[in-house]
Design a protein around this ligand. Sequence first.
Ligand code: SAM
Length: 244
Amino acid sequence: MRVDVVTIFPEYLAALDVSLIGRARKDGLLDVHVHDLRDFTVDKHRTVDDTPYGGGAGMVMKPEPWALSLLSISEQSPAGARPLLVVPSPAGQVFNQALAHEFAGREHLVFACGRYEGIDERVLDWASESFDVLPVSLGDYVLNGGEVAALAMVEAVGRLIPGVVGNPESLVEESHADGLLEYPVYTKPSFWRGRGIPPVLLSGNHAKIAEFRRTEQFIRTAARRPDLLASIDVPSLTATDRAA
Ligand code: SAM
């Protein structure tokens, strides 16, 4: 998969060189390119923002540097692939695991990291001629820029690409994989600072352990994220769940 990130703070994306995503890049599983939006300005001050029409606080990102950067990126798109332009925005669709899976199925993702009051709205309409365009929010709060959102999305998507996470089983049992949160996990020692672990985990009975974990998934989801239970996909429940 090819990933392009356009930002006025390329150094923010240095985290993409680290850990699993960094290794995936070295292994050629992820082809990541970070672009400085200022490289696509034409004035000597490398200006990327201007005052908002209609007045009001803050500055708005000028459209032309975005057009030039996106044109250059679309020319480098893998043959035959229509790129997906993800525009991080608190006014976008909220990112979740289902969207991460959708993104992981694309050949080319492009992240347009806004700053200030955001990007001139016309850029999204213009870009839709060559990109699928999707404003995406990390959650219901406001960040200073889209870089943290892009990092989070690249990491969530990157780990779904085959070969990025060493043991693919870890993806199956994770929170949100089947609509539920993950069960609690423990490691050695079995008794620590006055606290033990659920005895079933020491039983060696794999069926009982699986049943215990499944129940814990429901208990935890009901306690922490009851909203998830409302949208759970019933066919994803196991035969044991349905019998219970
Ligand atoms: N004025 C904008 C609004 O109220 O919708 C917020 C602009 S914010 C200060 C600057 C940039 O940060 C946005 O253009 C976007 O790229 C990014 N951003 C802020 N909050 C975000 C969120 N929750 N999810 C994704 N990106 C966000």
